[in-house]
Structures are given as structure tokens and as C-alpha cells.
Ligand binder design. Structure first.
Ligand code: CP
Ligand code: NVA
Length: 318
């Protein structure tokens, strides 16, 4: 463990707002640490008193199961406890500013984990909070999910460079964007398959392409489903209607319906693994047969959130 911890030393005290806050070596170090933590947990070693004197606040503006639960358990197993605050129960919901909230909590807490609607709110909070601020999902990115997903892929293939991911569905949501940027950093090849309106913005795409030049990652965006599925190692999807987009539900389900991951897709490529960050919406972006079928690794993915949450906390706080 000592060697692995040495590799993550440079991350101490930093924010994790975007997957691009980490470089390739740092992402790989978190993956390695998560792998080591998981190996130990399988033989019953789950607790490490690394964060005994740390206080960490969880502030959530949206619903959460995996992210909230994994960070809560991780904090307890790292020797401390979590302090959960629903955004709606804080004075924030009555108009107290993010600046004032962050400035006050800064005096009580060593780190803050936030799930927010607007990414700019997260940045505003981080401006007035000294310790690490961790993005537990914003409208723009979901870096903790994607770190964990890279760990899950690494477990299956023993590498990330050169692996081919086909992401199908809403290609411009938080999960898709972090997956795209993370793949660009790592040299993982990614194809985003979405109708035009749901493809990553040109700003995100340019950013990914600039990063990919260094890693050699291939980035493709297409509306075409069939060929994009043939050689993928991973077929990934996420909800068509992310939190905060409920008013667009009807139109999104209509415009994205041809991009559902169903059994026909796995007939094209029976060897690919199926991944979904969860929660899924059966009959919308994916069918029941795929989620619970032989290609699916969705529950391994969910389990790995816990090991990765621990790795992230150790990297940023120990
Ligand atoms: N995948 C994910 O972030 O799940 P929750 O919304 O349940 O935290
Ligand atoms: N894109 C989804 C992810 C949920 C974990 C959302 O933002 O609702």
C-alpha cells in the first residue's frame, strides 16, 4: 500500500471538479489504489485509519444512491464519518449565497463533496473553500463515476490504453462528457453514437481532441449505430433524461428511442461488456434482458464505486 500511496502524493489537497483535473498517471494511480483496496476487502480488510482527524461534508442538491452511499461508507471505513446535508435544508435554499456557505463550512470541514445542478455553482463553492472539493455529479461532469468505471474496465482487460468504448444515447450528458475526456487522457478509444442534437458540443469535442493528440486516443462521434458496435470492448449507455431535464422527457424519449441498447446490439457484438452508471430506465435507454444478461457488468460497476470512493478520498486527503 505504501508504494501505491507514494504515487498519489501529488494529488493531496486538490479539487476534483472535472476528470481533466487529473493526468493519465494520476488516474492510473487511483485505479491501482482502488484495485488494491478491493483485493484487501475480499479478505475482510476494509478499514484503514487514514482520515481519523478529517471532517468531510456531503452537500447534495439532487437524489443519489451509489455516490452518497459509497462516500458515506468509505468515510466510515477510513476512520471518520460523513456529514450529509441536503441542499434544500441548508440556508442555501432560502437564498444564502454559495460564497457565504462555502466560507462558513470551510471553517468546519477539511473537504466537501457536492452534487449540484449547475457546474458553475461547484466552481463558485470551490473558490471559497480551501480543502478538496469533489464533484459528486454536476450538469457538466461525473468524474467519480468515470474513475470507478475505468477501474472496472481495467479489472476486465488489465489495461485501459487501446480499449474501445462505444457510448450510445445522450452523448452530451455529464457521464458521456467525463467518459469522453477521461478516454482522451488515457489513450482509450471512444465512439459516441447519438443523434446530432445529443452529441457533445464542439467545445467539449475540441477539448477532447486536443487532449487525445497526446495520448493517441481515437475519438469518433457518429449517428450511425451498426458499425460502431462491431469492435467495441465496452458498450456503455446512460439515461436519456438526466436529473434536471425532466421537462424534456417526452421529446428526449422520442428522439433517442432508436439508440436503445437492446439484445440486437449484442447480436452484432456478443463479446462486448455492457456498462451503465445507473440508475437505468428499463425499456428506455436499455432493455431488461441486457441489464440482467450475460454481457452486463453493471453491479460490479456499482460495487466499484465504493472502492474508488475510498481511493479518491485517500488521494485527495491523506
Ligand atoms: N451512478 C450514480 O452516480 O448513482 P447515484 O445517482 O445513485 O449516486
Ligand atoms: N446522467 C445522469 C447520471 C445519474 C447518475 C444524471 O445526471 O441524472
Amino acid at each position: 500500500m505504501k508504494n501505491i500511496i507514494n504515487n498519489i502524493k501529488g494529488m493531496r489537497g486538490r479539487d476534483l471538479l472535472s476528470i481533466t483535473d487529473l493526468n493519465k498517471q494520476e488516474i492510473l494511480s487511483i485505479v491501482n489504489l482502488a484495485e488494491y483496496i478491493k483485493t484487501l476487502s475480499k479478505i475482510g480488510v476494509k478499514s484503514f485509519n487514514y482520515l481519523v482527524d478529517k471532517k468531510v461534508a456531503l452537500i447534495f442538491q439532487k437524489h443519489s444512491t451509489r455516490t452518497r452511499a459509497s462516500f458515506s461508507v468509505a468515510l466510515q471505513e477510513l476512520g471518520t464519518q460523513s456529514y450529509y446535508f441536503s441542499w434544500n435544508e441548508l440556508q442555501l435554499a432560502r437564498g444564502e449565497s454559495i460564497r457565504d456557505t462555502a466560507s462558513v463550512l470551510n471553517r468546519y470541514f477539511d473537504a466537501a463533496i457536492l452534487r449540484v445542478y449547475k457546474h458553475s455553482d461547484l466552481e463558485e463553492f470551490a473558490n471559497y473553500f480551501d480543502g478538496p472539493v469533489i464533484n459528486a455529479l454536476s450538469d457538466l461532469e461525473h468524474p467519480c463515476q468515470i474513475l470507478s468505471d475505468f477501474f472496472t474496465i481495467y479489472e476486465k482487460f488489465g489495461k485501459l490504453e487501446g480499449i474501445k468504448i462505444s457510448y450510445i444515447g445522450d452523448g452530451n450528458n455529464n457521464v458521456a462528457i467525463s467518459l469522453l475526456l477521461g478516454s482522451a487522457i488515457l489513450g482509450t478509444n471512444i465512439t459516441i453514437i447519438s443523434p446530432k442534437r445529443y452529441q457533445p458540443t464542439s467545445q467539449i469535442l475540441e477539448k477532447a481532441q486536443i487532449i487525445a493528440k497526446k495520448s493517441g486516443s481515437s475519438i469518433r462521434v457518429t449517428e450511425e449505430i451498426k458499425n460502431s458496435m462491431l469492435d467495441a470492448n465496452i458498450i456503455y449507455t446512460d439515461t436519456f433524461v438526466s436529473m434536471g431535464m425532466e421537462s424534456e422527457k417526452e421529446i428526449r424519449l422520442k428522439e433517442l428511442k432508436d439508440y436503445q441498447v437492446n439484445e440486437k446490439i449484442f447480436e452484432l457484438n456478443p463479446n462486448a461488456y455492457f456498462m451503465h452508471c445507473a440508475p437505468w430506465h428499463l425499456g428506455e435507454e436499455v432493455t431488461e434482458g441486457v441489464v440482467y444478461g450475460k454481457n452486463s457488468i453493471v453491479f460490479e460497476q456499482a460495487e466499484n464505486r465504493l472502492h474508488t470512493s475510498k481511493a479518491i478520498l485517500i488521494a485527495l486527503l491523506k
